[in-house]
Design a protein around this ligand. Structure first.
Ligand code: GLU
Length: 473
């Protein structure tokens, strides 16, 4: 089978993490199967059609490195890829459905429909369209059309039908259509609804697999009825588990990390986001994987049928920590420099060698790029060190010994190698562990007992600055 999958977001203005996961899994499925990954923008709802939002989606995919093979901007055999430009096609399908008497005009107003729903709810019945408009005579319909009364086209369900979807993870799922409503294919302004346009485009674009969130399961049931009534073969479906927060509730705007933008602003790397979102809820022997590695390893043959996955920012932070350390310097610099510029404007005029050394020196300690603010601060401003702070790490006796040793050798700090060796040797002779003597030295230089190696640190700060800080301490 020729694998053709699509990411079909509505341009709502921002990419949330659920969308990231849908796009990513579609991408991985396409790449693993030598298929085609399509971007289709579902912008039939004119109220929400924002050019900016569309561009944003494209930018976000680029940021995540999820390149698409067909879509807005690059075109493809089934262009255009914006639903707002495909209305003629929807009309063509609609005409066919009208001809085959699969649809009917519904003139009920939004208020009337709401009233009906309220009544049904009050009677303990599920709210469902009562088919009032199927009883209109031809004359009445003509009169309403002549009077310009707005209407929508509704698809007539066969209430006796049992629909079965063979989900890639969950296996067969059955739906009795008697539990559903005849649903609108058009809006009052004539444009196609999500349900209809999404179906037509999947057919027209020859989509082989629909990978989307579980919240679309009931839409799938209704769309299956459309496929069936048009005599078309359905694509395969995989409904992804919904994403919950740590306390098990559906992830919402209030949860940190809900939007991709939040994460990027907080200093999470796209590499880490992709890695975490691909592996969460699945078991991988090797958790840390690049996008290319995930393409090869993603176990599409062993999908589990979990109903929900738990989005855990702490785990994402672990991935981020690993990825910051794992990235090659040029790739890391591209992403980390904006954070430097924000917190330390003077960093823009720093020589490249110094910037590189600083980034290399602190990267293993960063959990997010935002932490540059604390972890690189020592470089730009000498830390305020107090004996009391250091006493949290070692005894006063050890501090005094370390100070005496540093003082003895400070005049020869210019020979960095010899200086470091001397500290170590004297420290050992006088009962200090390496952690004590280097910890104390580092503390005087950076305000932290742990971090960059002493030699590297002195080089980075410059011998004069390092000497000044140690002297003062
Ligand atoms: N526009 C729909 C959404 O953003 C697409 C659903 C689908 O993938 O079919 O939820």
């Amino acid at each position: 089978m020729n694998v053709r999958v699509r990411f079909a977001p509505s341009p709502t203005g921002f990419m949330h993490i659920g969308n990231v996961r849908v796009a990513l899994l579609n991408y991985l499925y396409a790449r693993q199967n030598g298929g085609t990954f399509i971007l289709r923008i579902e912008d039939t709802d004119a109220n929400r059609n924002l050019d900016v939002a569309r561009d944003r989606i494209i930018q976000d995919l680029k940021l995540l490195n999820l390149s698409f093979d067909e879509g807005p901007g690059i075109g493809g055999p089934y262009a255009p890829y914006l639903q707002s430009e495909r209305n003629e096609l929807y009309q063509k399908y609609l005409e066919q459905l009208i001809l085959n008497c699969k649809v009917y005009r519904c003139f009920c107003t939004a208020e009337e429909l709401e009233l009906k729903r309220e009544k049904q709810r009050a009677m303990g019945k599920p709210p469902r369209y009562d088919r009032t408009c199927t009883h209109l005579s031809d004359d009445k319909i003509k009169a309403k059309i002549a009077a310009n009364i707005p209407f929508v086209w509704r698809f007539r369900l066969n209430y006796d039908q049992l629909i079965t979807i063979n989900d890639m993870a969950k296996g067969p799922i059955h739906f009795e259509l008697k539990n559903f409503s005849d649903f609108p294919l058009t809006r009052q302004n004539g444009t196609a609804t999500f349900m209809f346009a999404n179906f037509v485009d999947d057919v027209e674009m020859k989509i082989s697999h629909v990978i989307r969130g579980e919240d679309h399961l009931s839409n799938t049931a209704l769309q299956a009825a459309l496929y069936d009534s048009c005599g078309l073969l359905m694509p395969r479906f995989w409904h992804l588990p919904i994403i919950c927060n740590k306390t098990g509730e559906k992830l919402s705007k209030r949860d940190f990390g809900f939007s991709l933008e939040d994460l990027v602003k907080a200093g999470y790397l796209p590499e880490a986001i992709v890695n975490y979102m691909a592996t969460v809820g699945m078991s991988f022997q090797q958790e840390l994987q690049s996008l290319d590695e995930l393409v090869k390893s993603y176990p599409f043959d062993h999908l589990n049928s979990a109903a929900a996955i738990r989005y855990d920012v702490e785990k994402l932070t672990w991935f981020n920590h690993k990825w910051i350390d794992r990235l090659e310097l040029p790739a890391l610099k591209k992403q980390i420099m904006p954070f430097f510029r924000d917190h330390f404007p003077q960093s823009t005029s720093m020589p490249k060698t110094i910037t590189d050394a600083l980034v290399m020196g602190i990267k293993a300690d960063l959990k997010t790029l935002q932490e540059v603010k604390e972890k690189a601060a020592f470089f730009f401003n000498a830390p305020k060190v107090t004996r009391k702070d250091l006493e949290a790490h070692m005894t006063l006796e050890k501090i005094n010994t370390a100070c005496a040793i540093i003082k003895t050798h400070l005049t020869s700090i210019h020979a960095i190698d010899a200086f470091v060796t001397a500290l170590k040797k004297d420290g050992q002779e006088q009962g200090l562990g390496i952690k004590d003597i280097f910890g104390a030295t580092r503390f005087f230089l950076t305000g932290n007992t742990q971090g960059i190696g002493i030699h590297q640190l002195i080089e980075l700060l410059g011998v004069d600055e390092a000497k000044k800080r140690l002297e003062k301490a």
